[in-house]
Design a protein around this ligand. Structure first.
Ligand code: TXE
Length: 480
């Protein structure tokens, strides 16, 4: 059985404990590989290696760093199909989604920041000829990049690429639930000739080695994407050490459909926003608000569209919904659906595990589920479920839907569907979220400041915002 090893100091290494964790294939529920169960010793080796490499890497030319990142992107594209198959096998998502979204975005992340660093600049401030201020933006040091299981390679590279482009070295800790493509990326980096120690990838249980990495005295900066609870924990343990922190956390995103919206488009976008990646995207529109004047008609059309979704093998091109990522996560989602029924919610469709035939019978498949009849402020409509579960709520007025949309502790993203462009601007201005789409969803320009407010996180990623996060500004004032 394949063993997923650490990538430390430019080579693949077994964990110092020589212990491994089972890695499950969500589509069958079977163990298909083993993951290095690393310890503090492995984290320390990785940080030491990154420290050794820092001086040369941080003083290398931007052009050199551009070339290294571009060669990683080239190698990702050379290994495209293998990465697609691996991502689907490890996460349970369909191969078609990994081929369309996850893997292309991984190489794009490297290309985007390889070129961004060539255009990155900072400001000067002239004091009427008496003095000149200029701002330097210097690499920070060894960066901890910690990533989740829902878009494994996509989100890991979204952190590694800007950190390296800015001249830092990196110790990355991918999710122990989906480590495979990070492991393949390690081998790609060796092939691409990445200097040893520039990037290190350590696998293992976040609950066991996460603190070793985030509180390591030689790691001054942490970039994390994952659950809000874990984000809170990381903020707590790093606060006394004044570390630079970027937290991209959970969401409970409203999708608002006004009665003047393009009907067909808003129905199909509501299904896409609710069920893409089995609803396991922090940006998913999991709360669907529909104006009451079109609510019944919209509900019929929505259920009709959802009934066409195929739940099946991630390898089958006809599959729309693959397996959710783990047995534990499937159980959590089913318990939330049960809670919704106990609260008086009505299950309009789905609500159950789907058992497939043959070797997929042990897979973690859930039917796309719609729940209605719950109050906007109940637990189901306030807490992130992170699965193929959509909550449907009617609203009367703009004011009412804005109040309900803003009622959760999250503030990551929102979508608004209306053909009244003034209303689009007006409602977007009042929604408490870091990213607001009007008449679309998940349309991403990598230059925008991406991130959430409230308990959806701290800081922004994307374009120069990422490079600003991964550098330390220093102002120099020269007396003339
Ligand atoms: O996230 P965790 P999980 C939400 C979603 C999901 C919940 C938990 O609701 O159900 O978060 O998911 C590492 N110090 N999102 O369990 O625990 C861990 O090993 C340092 C939203 O995946 O946050 C993994 O690499 N690191 C999210 C990473 O943190 C620690 C996407 C994320 O794990 C650590 C995924 C610690 N103490 C889940 N404990 C999004 N915003 O997209 C764990 N880790």
């Amino acid at each position: 059985m394949e063993k997923i090893l650490n990538y430390i100091d430019g080579e693949m290494r077994a964990p110092s404990s020589n212990k491994y964790i089972n890695n499950y294939n969500p589509s069958s529920g079977l163990v298909y590989s083993l993951i290095a169960n690393s310890s503090k010793k492995d984290i320390n080796s990785a940080v030491d290696s990154a420290k050794q490499a820092f001086n040369d890497w941080s003083t290398s030319s931007k052009k050199f760093r551009h070339d290294v990142l571009m060669s990683i992107a080239d190698k990702i594209e050379e290994n495209f199909e293998a990465l697609v198959v691996a991502e689907s096998l490890d996460n349970g998502k369909t191969e078609s989604l990994a081929r369309r979204v996850d893997i292309p975005r991984a190489s794009e992340n490297f290309r985007f920041f390889a070129t961004a660093i060539l255009h990155f600049s900072s400001e000067t401030h002239d004091m009427d000829g008496k003095a000149l201020n200029y701002t330097l933006r210097e690499p920070v040091g060894v960066c901890a990049c910690i990533s989740p299981w829902n878009l494994p390679l996509y989100l890991l590279t979204w952190k590694i690429a800007p950190a390296l482009a800015a001249g830092n070295t990196v110790v990355a800790k991918p999710s122990e639930i989906t480590p495979m493509t990070a492991y393949l990326l390690s081998k790609i980096c060796i092939e691409a000739g990445v200097p040893k120690g520039v990037l290190n990838i350590v696998h293992g249980l976040g609950s066991e080695i996460g603190d070793n990495l985030t509180t390591h005295p030689d790691v001054p900066i942490v970039s994390f994407t994952g659950g809000t609870l874990t984000g809170q924990h990381i903020a707590k343990v790093t606060a006394p050490m004044f570390k630079k922190l970027s937290l991209e956390l959970g969401g409970k995103n409203p999708n608002i459909v006004f009665d003047d919206a393009d009907f067909e488009k808003s129905v199909s976008m509501a299904v896409k926003a609710g069920f893409s990646n089995q609803g396991q995207i922090c940006l998913c529109g999991s709360r669907l608000f529909v104006q009451e004047t079109i609510y019944e008609k919209f509900k019929i059309a929505l259920l009709e569209k959802i009934s066409e979704l195929a739940v099946g093998s991630p390898l089958d091109n006809k599959t729309d919904i693959g397996a959710v990522v783990s047995h534990e996560h499937m159980t959590k989602i089913l318990s939330k659906i049960e809670e919704a029924e106990e609260l008086g919610g009505e299950i309009l469709c789905g609500g159950k595990r789907k058992i497939l035939a043959g070797n997929l019978k042990g897979g973690y498949y859930l039917e796309p589920t719609v729940i209605e009849g719950l109050s906007y402020d109940c637990s189901i409509n306030q807490e992130e479920i992170f699965g193929p579960v959509l909550s449907l709520l009617p609203f009367k007025s703009e004011e009412e839907v804005i109040m309900m949309a803003n009622s959760t502790k999250y503030g990551l993203s929102a979508s608004i569907f209306t053909n009244d462009i003034s209303r689009g601007h007006r409602v977007a201005a009042k929604i408490k979220a870091g990213v607001v789409w009007v008449n679309t969803w998940l349309l991403r320009d990598l230059r925008i400041p991406f991130g959430g407010m409230k308990q959806s996180g701290i800081g922004r990623e994307g374009g120069f915002k990422s490079l600003q996060f991964f550098t330390e500004p220093k102002n120099v004032c020269i007396k003339i």
